[in-house]
Design a binder for this molecule. Structure first.
Ligand SMILES: C[S@@+](CC[C@H](N)C(=O)[O-])C[C@H]1O[C@@H](n2cnc3c(N)ncnc32)[C@H](O)[C@@H]1O
Length: 248
């Protein structure tokens, strides 16, 4: 691959997770962010572990097709790796990330990668959707919406989640996380996230889900969502939930 001249959040996360799909420009940006915030690897490990528990819980309900928005790099405990019997369509808006994902998944008959703007389900290639998430709209599926809510304003996020609710079949599940206001204590780090970055108080999370009904686990710090063993000690910077489109 040509050496990229701009860092990408997706590849910085790969670096923090100990993956192999990042470049010196990403490592430099990750280190600069850590100078302003502190160690990030434990935080991203906790987030990826939440993805794993949430996806396995969804698969345990019988769901065997997942649509992933804002997917980033499809490795390091990502959806098709933690749900080995499922088919998975990863999507993102960043063309460089999409090409990287397509290279990583080339040859997989179970997971694919394509363009998808989370705010407009119509941007997902229908052929890819029907190949990797068979029965979309007719059978229960899993929608993975992680690392994304902070990049959408309240109105856009609420509308997007409502449109997804309408699009999926009853019994479908949504895995989602939200950023708390924890980063506000680190103004330099916050500035690096750009002006469109949105933190929210926990009381704001539930109403944004609209008709999606969180499981009895609620919307909680990600380390406390059905923890397995001793949770990693990380700041409560992210809350997560699995929510359901009710049957009937
Ligand atoms: C913080 S990364 C999260 C990556 C991965 N989901 C994770 O949790 O580790 C956010 C990703 O969302 C993508 N993104 C930003 N806006 C988007 C949108 N409107 N629709 C889909 N993806 C988007 C970015 O390109 C980036 O890859």
């Amino acid at each position: 691959m040509v050496e990229p001249d701009q860092p990408s959040t997706a590849r910085m996360i790969d670096f923090w997770l100990g993956g192999t799909h990042h470049h010196p420009v990403d490592v430099a940006a990750a280190r600069a962010f850590e100078q302003a915030y502190g160690p990030c690897a434990p935080v991203f490990r906790a987030l990826r572990a939440f993805l794993g528990r949430a996806v396995r819980a969804i698969a345990a309900t019988g769901v065997d097709g997942f649509l992933v928005f804002g997917a980033g790099v499809p490795t390091m405990g990502n959806v098709h790796e933690v749900a080995p019997d499922a088919t998975v369509l990863y999507t993102d808006v960043d063309p460089v990330t999409i090409r990287l994902g397509q290279r990583i998944l080339a040859g997989s008959d179970r997971a694919g990668y394509g363009f998808g703007d989370a705010t407009d389900i119509g941007t997902v290639d229908p052929a890819l959707l029907h190949r990797f998430v068979p029965g979309w709209g007719r059978r229960p599926v899993g929608v993975v919406f992680l690392g994304l809510a902070a990049f959408l304003d309240d109105d856009t996020l609420a509308r997007t989640l409502d449109e997804l609710y309408t699009a999926v079949a009853p019994g479908s599940h949504l895995a989602i996380d939200f950023d708390t206001e924890e980063l506000a204590a680190y103004p330099q780090a916050l500035a690096m996230m750009g002006p469109a970055f949105r933190m929210r108080p926990p009381a704001a999370f539930g109403p944004l889900l609209g008709r999606w009904q969180p499981t009895r686990d609620g919307i909680v710090p990600v380390t406390r969502w059905r923890p397995e063993g001793r949770p990693e000690e990380v700041p409560d910077a992210f809350h997560g939930a699995v929510a359901v489109r009710s049957v009937g």
